[in-house]
Design a protein around this ligand. Structure first.
Ligand code: PLP
Length: 388
């Protein structure tokens, strides 16, 4: 069959590929510890689920405006503004089913064929996919381990030029957990202004940060809101991955174009899901805060365990729920290593190369799992890699 050229670079997400291999092993009777899929391991908080159920029984099952219902846009404008010290108007908010459409549609709205787009490598695989679909030229900026997986700013400066139309940032990062420090953001912002670039700032893990780390938003820097799309959502903070609820915050003119793209593609986000989102933002926040303390304990356990395995070294990330250990000393590819760990240790992890060429030599492990499973996974991995 022949397909349009724009689809030729599309690849499946590594996490789903490893998940299906792991499930096949499970079906054959093997026990597998799942450290591959990036989602919270707890259920959506009860007050949010009940708000969704109440909305369904109250008949809130209709179409809504494509950019979302006003009370939710107002709640997002207030909450997101307060957290970033910004004045946000509800008309700047575009609600979508998950955060992904708010990565994709602003890119479609802004990128002409041939425009260059800088994005983090290793990085969330959707970035490269959406740049290519839009006809843009993806330009990978390495995240470097020695720099706590922030941008390599020297390379960034070499790559940015007057053809650069958009810069994608993700802090805290998937897959590294790295946080971009304010000092780097100031430099990136000045460069973006000099070259008249847009920024997509993917802040979906902004509330999952440890050790009192402050996760600054580039949008809060002077003059940046007018060229930034903040992307955030409910999937990670409120354990709502399957509900599909996210949003973008952007200048009103761009919000109108993104709304048109939503109108003619997804139509709108489910009404009762949006109602549940209002409860998530305006209801009690103690559970969302408590799970971060829980994750921190798991992070410390996994980092300590991995660093105690000869040949593996692992930084302690400041955010998200991923670790990105260095396995270069074994002299095999991260793909081979993840296959060995899955098949021989029964632990599903992702190769760093699933996140771009600069992820080679690393693995990504998700620690939104129980401390017992994390500890057991470490023992199993240690047993297998000692023979390599
Ligand atoms: N951005 C990053 C960095 C992610 O890791 C993810 C999900 O894994 C998303 C965006 C998409 O989030 P959603 O499930 O809300 O579409």
């Amino acid at each position: 069959m022949r397909f349009a050229g724009r689809t030729q670079y599309l690849q499946p997400e590594g996490a789903y590929q490893v998940l299906s291999k792991a499930q096949a092993l499970e079906a054959a009777g093997n026990e597998i510890i799942h450290l591959e899929i990036g989602q919270p391991d707890f259920d959506t908080f009860a007050n949010i689920s009940l708000a969704g159920i109440r909305a369904i029984t109250a008949g809130k099952t209709r179409y809504t405006p494509p950019n979302g219902i006003k009370p939710l846009r107002e709640a997002i404008a207030e909450d997101a503004g307060k957290r970033r010290c910004l004045e946000i108007h509800p008309d700047q908010v575009v609600i979508s089913p998950g955060a992904k459409p708010n990565l994709f549609f602003p890119t479609l709205a802004l990128i002409e064929p041939g425009d260059e787009v800088l994005y983090p490598d290793p990085g969330f695989p959707t970035y490269e996919a959406m740049i290519r679909i839009a006809g843009g030229i993806p330009v990978a900026v390495p995240l470097v381990e020695q720099n706590n997986f922030s941008f390599d700013l020297d390379t960034f400066h070499q790559l940015v030029n007057d053809r650069t139309r958009l810069i994608i940032l993700n802090s805290p990062s998937n897959p590294t957990g790295g946080v971009i420090p304010l000092i780097d953001l100031i430099e990136i912002a000045a460069t973006a202004q000099r070259h008249n670039c847009w920024i997509i700032s993917d802040e979906i893990y902004a509330r999952t940060a440890y050790d009192q780390a402050i996760v600054p938003s580039i949008a809060s820097l002077p003059g940046m809101m007018e060229r930034t799309i903040i992307v955030d959502g409910f999937s990670k903070t409120y354990a709502m991955t399957g509900w599909r609820l996210g949003y973008g915050i952007m200048p009103k003119e761009l919000a109108k174009v993104v709304e048109l793209l939503l109108t003619h593609s997804i139509g709108c986000t489910a009404q009762f899901v949006q109602e549940a989102g209002i409860e998530a933002l305006t209801g009690p926040q103690d559970q969302a805060e408590a799970v971060v303390a829980d994750y921190q304990l798991r992070r410390d356990t996994i980092v300590e365990g991995l660093n105690a395995i000869p040949g593996i070294s692992c930084q302690k990330p400041q955010g998200a729920f991923y670790v990105f250990p260095n396995i270069k000393s074994f002299g095999i590819s991260s793909n081979e290593m993840s296959e060995i760990i899955l098949e021989q240790a029964g632990v599903a992890v992702l190769p760093g190369s699933a996140f771009g060429q600069h992820g080679e030599g690393y693995l990504r492990l998700v620690y939104s799992n129980s401390i017992e499973n994390i500890q057991r996974a470490i023992v199993l991995i240690r047993e297998v890699v000692k023979n390599l």
